[in-house]
Write a protein that binds this ligand. Structure first.
Ligand SMILES: CC(C)(COP(=O)(O)OP(=O)(O)OC[C@H]1O[C@@H](n2cnc3c(N)ncnc32)[C@H](O)[C@@H]1OP(=O)(O)O)[C@@H](O)C(=O)NCCC(=O)NCCS
Length: 332
């Protein structure tokens, strides 16, 4: 029987208008542009302003663009998956809210929580519904409103994160394109190094939890850095090895944008030159689940049918992984 693969057939994205620069951060915490630029590669990030606007707002905007570009009727969408750690609310899922906002009345929908690896986990999950032949149009969204859980008095986290969202459409193909392989991992013993302690069932919101800043993301930066460098490089090398890919075979590295030094180390290990590494960290910072689809959004015009892409991510949980995907279309 011919194998059905899941191909990305379109990309949409949304970043808010407000730009938070390193210079503005200098007025908020004890930091400076030079430190942020050399230690992370970030120059600015986007912030979603406006009462009542959550991650679903950005996701719906990204999907509206995606539907327009791919000439897709929202009623034909079978499944919507949103990867996020900043859902509009604990329930209903952000995916459900997005489905309603875009008029996807025939789809089912749910969220995936895997922090910075969220989009990879969602892409792998969505692909399975296509590959099994049960679903024809799956929208995979990655997005976070990190500004809603970042403490702008904590210089260890507030310099890194920003808001943004991207979305892709997955459709079946029998050609040799689409998702070829995935390696996905998690290790809950890393939870202590990157987390938002309060607001869940273990520590519901109280006056004391708010006063203790426990509803903000907390990170032990240096520890996370160490794990991220090793694991992202390892998993990318593993997926290349088991698919017999050399650095020359890979056209693009689509790596999570948390720190330019982590991305450089991964590219180095894979034997890739700088021109093969997608990079938008300087203008968006780390948008958590939004990062990978926003890279595709920014680079879509440069992608050609048959290009080998290696996705790599590392994030809270710990979660990490890599996906090997062959690009399915020329965008112009
Ligand atoms: C957060 C991160 C940028 C910090 O960089 P770092 O080089 O590890 O910095 P450290 O935390 O070791 O701190 C080094 C020094 O800079 C200082 N510093 C920390 N943040 C600073 C800031 N924003 N501005 C200026 N100085 C700062 C520290 O106080 C420390 O000073 P000291 O040496 O006098 O004690 C980096 O650890 C990182 O990127 N971590 C991984 C993030 C990640 O991948 N997350 C996973 C996905 S979310």
């Amino acid at each position: 029987m011919t194998k059905i693969r899941a191909a990305i057939t379109g990309v949409g994205g949304y970043v808010p208008d407000y730009i938070l620069t390193n210079q503005e951060l200098e007025t908020m915490v004890e930091t400076n542009d030079e430190w942020i630029t050399t230690r992370t590669g970030i120059k600015e990030r986007r912030i979603l302003k406006g009462e009542g606007k959550g991650t679903s707002h950005m996701a719906a905007e990204a999907v509206k663009e995606l539907l327009k570009k791919t000439k897709t009727d929202p009623k034909d969408v079978d499944l919507i998956i949103v990867a996020t750690v900043t859902p509009d609310m604990p329930f209903p899922s952000t995916a459900n809210l997005v489905a309603d906002m875009i008029g996807a009345t025939n789809s089912f929908s749910y969220d995936i929580s895997a922090a910075c690896s969220g989009f990879l986990f969602a892409l792998a999950t969505g692909s399975k519904f296509i590959e099994s032949g049960t679903h024809k149009k799956v929208i995979v969204i990655g997005g976070d409103k990190m500004s809603s859980i970042v403490n702008y008095k904590d210089r260890a986290t507030c310099i890194i994160f920003g808001d943004g969202c991207g979305a892709v459409l997955l459709e079946p193909t029998t050609e040799e394109v689409g998702v070829m392989d995935s390696v996905l991992k998690s290790d809950g013993s890393g939870a202590q190094f990157l987390k938002m302690p309060a607001g869940g069932s273990r520590m519901p919101a109280t006056h004391a939890s708010v006063e203790a800043n426990l509803h903000y993301a907390q990170q032990e930066g240096a520890t996370v850095f160490k794990f991220a460098v090793t694991n992202m490089a390892d998993v990318s090398a593993e997926i290349m090895q088991r698919n017999n890919l050399s650095g020359d075979d890979v056209k693009w590295l689509v790596a999570h944008q948390a720190n330019k030094r982590i991305i450089d180390a991964t590219a180095n290990r894979m034997g890739l030159t700088e021109d093969k590494v997608m990079m938008n960290i300087e203008k968006y910072g780390n948008t958590t689940a939004g990062t990978l689809p926003l890279l595709l959004w920014d680079y879509e015009k440069q992608l050609k049918k048959g290009d080998n892409l290696i996705f790599a991510a590392f994030g809270g949980g710990f979660t990490w992984g890599s996906i090997y995907l062959k690009w399915a279309y020329n965008s112009n």
